[in-house]
Design a protein around this ligand. Structure first.
Ligand code: MG
Length: 409
């Protein structure tokens, strides 16, 4: 990775290494507003951590020599999982404030003597190669260059909720990252301003009188803060990839009637003069639905994940199977758009339980569902007009279809 140091052999170490631009990614924050109790830089975006996307953007850029991430000391395991395979420099622990974290990161890079450094927030995973290019090229002219977007909205100063003034927006920009600098200058600036609380690295540079140029950023290069931001980022990734990868798969299952006084159907106990025979709770409807979900990501069938020969699944609530399948889809970066279930039997009558079944399936799939629109879950029932094994009331059949969307890889 640090092949540029090979210049050493020719006695021109400084020149060779001075051609380098390093990336320093700041991921030491604790922001958990995106949900899940995990800091936002480790939340999943299209199946990978937000930090993975941010780090990969720089690691894959031909003008970046190496990438180092500043992390919170408690996050080492999350970091290792997020960045596996990316070939980054070892991470370094950050400090109490972002400014401290950047300074510590810069200090750790000093031994490599990079000519330039691009400092980037891990929570901006959609930084483009073009924006990285523009920032680096601007550093040919000036010692500092930051991504920024000119303000388009009219600005109001409020006195509580009453408008006190309209603020002229001429010349106003929203600062983003990357923020690029000549390395020695920004390290010196951070050391000199360590005791001040400054909001970004450009401000540290400004205080030292360093010229910093505004580079055209991008609306896509927004900061992930909330769960809505994750969904928006996923839509941007899908757009860049040419659209969502939408997949539909089906599932089918049958269970035979046996002794008992109720059946489990779609997660709801239904009174009946027989039970269903099976290794688990024999919920034929959830089994068909589980197979449909597994089918969307080519993950085999329910028997592979929960072998009937394994005693640990005896009598188990089939809700666990369904949640497992939904969890695999989430891990793969997928979102469930729709499921449709048809229960095939003469008796029991499904109609009185249909609403409860829809509600139960929605509850089980909630972490994987695109939204809470009630029409995304469909439960139907039919008979076979007295024909076949269901007509003879020997058992219940169920078939299901599931549709998911993924960000293409
Ligand atoms: Mg089954």
């Amino acid at each position: 990775m640090l092949g540029k140091a090979a210049g050493r052999h020719y006695g021109c170490t400084m020149v060779a290494i001075a051609s380098s631009t390093f990336a320093l990614i700041v991921a030491a924050g604790r922001g958990v507003r995106a949900g899940g109790g995990t800091p936002k830089q480790y939340q999943r975006l299209a199946g990978r951590a937000v930090l993975h996307h941010s780090a990969r953007a720089f690691r894959a850029h031909p003008a970046i020599g190496a990438v180092r991430v500043v992390i919170h000391p408690d996050d080492r395991a999350l970091y290792d999982e997020a960045t596996a395979g990316l070939d980054l420099l070892d991470p370094v622990p950050g400090g109490a404030e972002r400014q401290d974290s950047v300074r510590l990161g810069l200090e750790s890079l000093a031994e490599f003597r990079p000519a330039r450094v691009l400092i980037h927030d891990a929570a901006r995973p959609l930084v483009s190669a073009e924006l990285i290019d523009r920032t680096i090229q601007t550093l040919d002219r000036v010692p500092g260059a930051i991504a920024a977007v000119a303000l388009a909205d009219t600005l109001k100063r409020g006195d509580a909720r009453l408008i006190a003034a309209t603020v002229p927006r001429d010349g106003l920009w929203r600062a983003q990252t990357p923020q690029g600098f000549h390395f020695d200058a920004i390290l010196a600036a951070h050391r000199a301003r360590a005791s001040e609380r400054l909001t970004d690295d450009a401000m540290v540079a400004e205080r030292q009188g360093m010229p910093v140029e505004l580079v055209d950023g991008s609306e896509d290069n927004f900061k992930i803060t909330t769960a809505d931001d994750l969904a928006r980022a996923e839509a941007v990734l899908a757009r860049r990839a040419g659209g969502w990868d939408v997949r539909t798969a089906t599932g089918f299952d049958v269970h035979r009637f046996g002794p008992g006084d109720q059946v489990m159907l779609a997660g709801i106990p239904v009174a009946h003069d027989q039970g269903l025979i099976g290794h688990s709770d024999a919920d034929v409807a959830l089994h068909a639905l589980t197979d449909a979900l597994l089918g969307t990501i080519g993950a085999g069938d329910i028997g592979q994940h929960f072998p009937p020969s394994d005693p640990q699944w005896r009598g188990v609530d089939s809700a666990r199977f369904l949640q497992h399948a939904a969890g695999l889809i989430v891990q793969r970066g997928g979102t469930i758009i729709h499921v449709d279930l048809t229960i095939i039997c003469e008796r029991p009558k499904v109609g009185p339980y249909r609403a409860a079944m829809v509600a139960r399936i929605a509850e089980l799939l909630r972490p994987a569902l695109v939204d809470s629109d009630a029409t995304r879950i469909s439960v139907k029932a039919t008979t076979t007009e007295g024909l076949g094994f269901t007509g003879r009331r020997e058992g219940i059949a169920a078939q299901a279809a599931a549709t998911i969307r993924l960000v293409p890889r």
